[in-house]
Design a protein. Structure first.
Length: 190
């Protein structure tokens, strides 16, 4: 017969690992899984390969004194939850967040990749271009939907114009859309 004790508290782990003597000379030794016995998974590739272990790693190490490391483990676990079905992924990530200290939660939010400042000139240039292109695509798609709601199906030329417009041109179309009485008026001069 075996007993497995799983605990996130090292003190409880020490207590639970003590042998239990039965008086007839037999001794029972529980198996104890403690935070220090759970591997620290910070690599996102490894986390995606072993999602449950990554989540367990975040639960075990989410309150470590090294707040940055705790947040790294949580980020790796979050990456792992993305390869799972949506329901299980949400459940696991909720467990991860619940296991983090307040400081680790703040650090995890600060790790938002959208807030990361690239260090090399090459990355700054190309990532910046990609973000601008993404913003233009998003604005064009929104304007296309709004124009369709207001003026009905759009001709191919209008869709093409939106997809090739700059952010400034799209902003101008958006402003004109508020008061325009026709599609042509909203699109403005070429």
């Amino acid at each position: 017969m075996s007993l497995l004790v799983v605990t996130a508290d090292e003190g409880v782990a020490r207590w639970a690992a003590k042998p239990i003597e039965f008086g007839d000379g037999s001794v029972f030794r529980p198996l104890v899984l403690r935070p220090s016995g759970v591997p620290l998974i910070v690599d996102e590739v490894e986390a995606r390969a072993y999602p449950e272990l990554a989540v367990f790693s975040a639960i075990a190490h989410g309150r470590d004194e090294d707040v940055y490391r705790a947040a790294q483990v949580a980020r790796a676990a979050h990456s792992a939850t993305l390869v799972l079905d949506a329901e299980r992924g949400r459940l696991y990530f909720d467990l991860v967040l619940k296991s983090l200290s307040d400081a680790a939660q703040r650090e995890l939010r600060a790790m938002d990749p959208a807030k990361y400042e690239y260090q090399s000139d090459l990355a700054k240039r190309y990532i910046g271009l990609g973000r601008a292109e993404g913003q233009a695509e998003g604005r064009a798609a929104l304007l296309q939907r709004l124009l369709m709601q207001r003026f009905g199906p759009l001709p191919a030329e209008a869709v093409e114009r939106l997809s090739t417009a700059t952010i400034d041109e799209l902003d101008a179309i958006g402003e004109r859309l508020l008061s325009a009485e026709s599609l042509e008026e909203a699109l403005g001069p070429r």
